[in-house]
Design a protein. Structure first.
Length: 135
């Protein structure tokens, strides 16, 4: 079980980047050497609050993109660590449920997901919430 308090949570809205009628929110959650990356589709332009299940098929509303490697870069949902400025893969999140709650400048993320080996990754993260700038 992962329980992280005092994380730094940055959410960036890339708009309808995938042209599917949903807002594409990318979240980077850091605390010490731990990092969680999330990529979710929401109808909200305000914040990524919601309950998300894994993306499969053509229904994008309230879905998260499962973790995969885009060349040598992790994309989608991942749990990992950072060492000497480099991301070290621990596990892609490929199934399950992620709940994001944003309240002002704080956020809570609860998850019960499976990695690509069928291992359960569950827990929660709480911390400061800011909105990043889309590049």
């Amino acid at each position: 079980t992962i329980n992280i308090e005092g994380a730094e949570i940055v959410a960036t809205n890339y708009g309808d980047l995938s042209k599917v009628g949903m807002q594409n929110w990318y979240l980077e959650i850091k605390k010490d050497d731990k990092i969680i990356l999330l990529d979710v589709f929401s109808a909200s332009t305000t914040d990524p609050s919601g309950v998300y299940q894994v993306l499969s098929g053509a229904e994008y509303a309230n879905k998260f993109i499962p973790g995969f490697m885009d060349g040598s870069t992790p994309a989608g949902a991942w749990y990992g660590s950072v060492s000497n400025g480099k991301f070290r893969v621990i596990a892609p999140m490929v199934d399950g449920v992620i709940q994001i709650k944003v309240l002002g400048n704080t956020a809570t993320i609860e998850f019960g997901v499976l990695d690509d080996g069928g291992n359960l990754i569950e827990g929660s993260v709480k911390g400061s919430y800011t909105v990043g700038e889309a590049e």
